[in-house]
Design a protein around this ligand. Structure first.
Ligand SMILES: Cc1cc2nc3c(=O)[nH]c(=O)nc-3n(C[C@H](O)[C@H](O)[C@H](O)COP(=O)(O)OP(=O)(O)OC[C@H]3O[C@@H](n4cnc5c(N)ncnc54)[C@H](O)[C@@H]3O)c2cc1C
Length: 397
């Protein structure tokens, strides 16, 4: 190193200098989403969480549409056409506010819109995507059933063609984000040709979506059951471009990619709360951040947080280059959500009794992440995906 080289100052918010990887457009996206969340979510989210509701969800969806956050990395049809890295940065900023808000955006963009964008007919795309990108129509994605979660191949929901060519859909879906506020549901069902996806307007006779209450996680998010009792759909309601589990699994891969980033947002928020607390809380006559044991916790949290963000960047660049494999997404989801929960739990210990209070974000993030750990493939499913890729042996059954 030349003697005259001046090292940049150490930045506690970005200790590895990861921001150097971002260009001005990336930074602008990040600032816009961070600003929106600071203004529209952070002042209210503890209250929403305590009440177990997301009031004004339709207004929030329209605002998210206006900042380009819905279907953000999709092209055309009113979508922002952002890069995968920019979409990831948006997920991180939204989840730093609350995993429920990031879930709203993930399900809308990466599951419902992505399914229509990738596998839909031109008419389906024209009908739904511009209004979904604008947040005028909320979408949901029905794969999980009461008796089939990790194993969707055995789903019971069934669509049959009747004599006139219409489809008739019967079954139940469970744990569906955005279900009761959705105007359109992408529902996966068994057919004679294998699993197919259906675009279902939620005002179709026979369709209902009762909300699931009594959740202790993702409380600022709408979660519902979908009940389909003889729902009659026109022949062109089916997504024409895919048959089989490949359809829902490729949507899930896209959404999981957002979680790789998003989970680091929840971790960052908890880490920052812990640092602030450690600097101001005094015990034994000095700030608790001055004790070596607290510093060891903070150092380990920072290492995992920024390793996780680097991993997210790496996967984002691979996605932008069209080189991201599903096993690599599993790698990221497995690591980052697991580490994010660990960071939140350690932050909780630093805050002592205050750590369990909703006045601080830490416990809210930790309990939210329990859902994030399970949805979009549990830890065990991602271990099995990686185990299979590493050994060539399928241990799923
Ligand atoms: C808040 C929330 C929102 C959600 N939103 C949606 C949504 O919008 N759309 C949607 O379709 N779904 C959604 N889900 C459902 C979610 O994807 C499922 O909960 C998840 O796939 C796990 O399914 P399950 O809960 O039925 O658990 P199960 O599949 O019953 O698994 C229970 C346990 O058994 C383990 N297990 C299962 N099989 C094996 C095996 N072969 N080897 C080892 N261990 C195994 C699992 O890892 C897990 O630990 C949501 C869930 C939550 C909590």
């Amino acid at each position: 190193m030349a003697a005259s080289t001046k090292l940049p100052a150490f930045d506690p918010a970005d200790p590895l200098g990861i921001d150097d990887l971002l260009d001005p457009e990336d930074l602008a996206v990040r600032d816009t989403v961070r600003g929106w969340a600071a203004d529209r979510v952070l002042p209210h989210v503890a209250d929403w969480y305590e009440k177990g509701e997301l009031p004004g969800i339709r207004e929030l969806a329209r605002e998210l549409g206006s900042i380009g956050a819905l279907g953000m990395s999709l092209d055309g049809y009113g979508c922002a056409g952002a890069s995968a890295v920019q979409y990831g940065l948006a997920c991180l900023e939204l989840e730093a506010a609350d995993s429920g808000i990031r879930s709203l955006v993930s399900v809308q963009g990466s599951l419902a819109m992505y399914a229509v964008h990738r596998f839909g007919s031109e008419e389906q795309k024209q009908t739904w995507l511009p209004r979904m990108a604008a947040g005028e129509v909320i979408g949901c994605f029905g794969l999980t059933e009461p008796d089939h979660g990790s194993d969707p191949a055995h789903m019971r929901t069934r669509a049959k063609r009747d004599a006139g060519g219409d489809w008739v859909l019967d079954g139940r879906k469970m744990w569906i984000t955005n279900g009761s506020v959705a105007g359109v549901a992408v529902v996966w069902a068994q057919t004679e040709e294998g699993i197919r996806g259906f675009v279902v307007p939620t005002d179709s006779p026979g369709f209902s979506a009762p909300e699931i209450k009594h959740k202790w996680s993702l409380r600022a998010s709408v979660t519902s059951e979908l009940v389909m009792d003889g729902v009659r759909l026109p022949a062109d309601a089916v997504l024409p471009e895919v048959t089989g589990l490949r359809g829902p699994l490729s949507c899930l891969s896209h959404a999981r990619y957002g979680i790789v980033w998003g989970s680091m947002g929840a971790a960052r928020s908890s880490f920052e709360a812990a640092v602030e607390y450690a600097k101001s809380r005094e015990q034994f006559g000095r700030p608790i951040g001055g004790f070596q044991l607290t510093q060891a916790k903070l150092a380990d949290m920072a290492v995992e947080l920024h390793k996780g963000i680097l991993l997210a960047h790496h996967l984002g660049r691979r996605m932008d280059a069209g080189r991201l494999r599903p096993e690599q997404v599993s790698f990221g989801k497995l690591n980052n959500v697991r580490e994010a929960i660990d960071i939140c739990r350690t932050a909780r210990t630093i805050l002592g009794a205050n750590g369990i209070s909703l006045e601080y974000p830490v416990m809210r993030h930790a309990t939210n992440l329990e859902s994030v750990l399970t949805y979009e493939g549990t830890v065990e499913m991602h271990q099995l995906v990686l185990g299979k890729a590493l050994t060539g042996l399928d241990a799923f059954r």
